[in-house]
Design a protein around this ligand. Sequence first.
Ligand SMILES: CC[C@H](C(=O)O)C(=O)SCCNC(=O)CCNC(=O)[C@H](O)C(C)(C)COP(=O)(O)OP(=O)(O)OC[C@H]1O[C@@H](n2cnc3c(N)ncnc32)[C@H](O)[C@@H]1OP(=O)(O)O
Ligand code: CO
Length: 133
Amino acid sequence: MRKIEHIGIAVKNLKESNNLFEKLLGVSAYKEEEVESEGVKTLFFMNGPNKIELLEATKPDSPIAKFLEKKGEGIHHIAFDVEDILAEIDRLKNEGFIVLNETPKKGADNKLVAFLHPKGTNGVLIELCQEIK
Ligand SMILES: CC[C@H](C(=O)O)C(=O)SCCNC(=O)CCNC(=O)[C@H](O)C(C)(C)COP(=O)(O)OP(=O)(O)OC[C@H]1O[C@@H](n2cnc3c(N)ncnc32)[C@H](O)[C@@H]1OP(=O)(O)O
Ligand SMILES: [Co+2]
């Protein structure tokens, strides 16, 4: 794991949260992207070295919809930048972490992604991100 790639925040309404985070960070979002396979629409902000990903559910069975139902708006996951996601998946599996998708999937913002179950990480959903070069 090289560095935190982004913090994912689940929100009910991307438009409203876009205005809020624009005020909070003093910058505009640099990208809006729908990830059909995850049932999410994402909005990315960069302020200094920090990246914030806002996530709105686009379908009722999306992980974000379930999260909002259960916990309401808030921090959803922490994503880490990795050099080699397959090697990292292997390493983490051997360390006993629960890898939710052993085959990396296409995420937002030009990344290959995989997730670790929060049950194995003190209740924090962890995302692994490898830049697609
Ligand atoms: C890929 C696009 C984008 C990117 O950056 O590129 C994204 O980040 S997309 C983000 C959305 N996609 C995902 O989150 C995929 C991985 N998540 C999952 O597979 C599920 O959400 C899972 C397995 C974490 C939970 O799904 P499940 O159907 O089991 O939901 P439950 O409500 O039954 O939860 C079980 C248990 O886990 C706790 N939980 C759920 N979500 C989170 C979370 N984000 N952080 C911490 N804990 C979480 C939930 O509270 C339940 O705990 P319990 O003690 O049993 O109540
Ligand atoms: Co993410």
